[in-house]
Design a protein around this ligand. Sequence first.
Ligand code: HEM
Length: 472
Amino acid sequence: MPNALSRGIFNLFFGAKRKPFASLPGPQPGILGTAGDFLGASPWDVCARYGREYGGVTLIWMGPNPGLVLNDPALIAEVYESPRRMEFEKGNISEQIRPSTTDDTSFTAELRGDWVQKRDMEPTARPWAAESLAEMVGPMQAAISESVDALLKRDAIDLAPDLRRLTFDAFSVALVSEKLPDQVFEDFMLLAKAADARIQAKLPLKFVKPPKGFEEAKARFYGHFVDRIREARKRQGSRAVDVMSRYLEEQPGIDDQVLAHMLGGTYFGGAFSSSVTLVGAFHQLNKYPQAAERLAAEAASLVADGPLTFGKLEGAKWTEAVAFESLRILPAVRVMTRTPSKDARLAGVTLPAGSMIMITNQHLHRDPAHWPDPDTFKPERWLDGGTTRDPLGSGHFFPFGRGPRACVGADFAMTFLKTALATIASRVKVHVDSTEPFEEGFFFGVVLPKGVTGKLVARTAPSSEDVRVRSA
Ligand code: HEM
């Protein structure tokens, strides 16, 4: 809490501005407003604490500007789902990531601009998306299995970067039928780092310089997809099973550059969030070995008579429960922002245009009034009606956001997560060095687990290997 002098100065200058917001609870503002709370702390922890201390709506001050942190399902629905959602745009985040992600994906489009068209063009929103996704399960399983082979040769793994690359490679197989050269991955990471520097910038964006080699990396990254699209157009007739080929077949008139931007955009939308979810899942599974063994048993039965299929995954209720529970307890995206494009009434006050609204799922995902034993990883809570009680995108469970602007890749992500969990668990035990909570940083708007190290142990390997690791 700011000291009395700091609070006094704020009141002296902005006391009149505070008056219309007097009905709302929140921390006392000082010279920086309440922004000091966010210095040196994870934004999601601060937002969740506000939920516990102040309830569903908390008034914050970003310097002299009022803002809200929402932890109330009904208010979140008003911003995300009601017809009034048109009043709220994504705000800064679009501006921050646009140089890296381009302007051809729905992520950065304005709701009141061309968002509908851009969203509709996304590969995961096309009418054939579900059918195409079903075809991806086998190829993604093969890609993940190959990545597991490579990781098995290593004495140690660092789960966040290693599962990120595994995810990137599986996505590549789904998108263009093969894993991509290291250079493409490195270019992707450079573009992501550039966007992250803008997201985390303390200075106005015009002062944030792109990293060295940014333009070259961007040209190479998207150019790689343009080249593949052009090659695929020449091969017409021999349809490969991948998103790019399906797109070209269904909509041959699509512009090469636009399709390249959307394919590249898939990694930005999903590679960090999906891989981080896997890190959380394997960390929790280490802590709860019975859940891990049940996953391994289900996974073994899924692959016993041939490759994974979409149909098999639909019946894999424990695998799905593990994915949901990981998304509940350690959601990869925990803070989303909205900003009113004009002055807007919300929670009984008038928020000026441009105000910050922070929406967070961390508190609601662990709200003890809603979830029994909320801090414990219990996949079983999703069985016997759990998924109907708390479906994706509902008041207390929205790892992919809520409403029409929720994650366009949610089905893709769920299919990838289940494929990865089943493939990995059928082949190896992921031994994680510590079951203590890991440190969480922030990268590209997504939680970044730090220092989650471990080792893969083959389930079919001689048991002495397993024993050696267990007794280490
Ligand atoms: C576990 C994995 C994932 C998580 C947790 C996740 C989470 C989210 C969330 C919370 C949002 C809403 C943000 C907001 O309301 O401001 C979102 C939007 C979005 N996601 Fe995902 N996502 C995941 C995977 C993916 C994948 C695989 C793709 C691409 C295939 C993707 C593409 C997008 C796009 C393009 C948007 C913006 C949609 C729009 O603005 O209309 N995401 N995601």
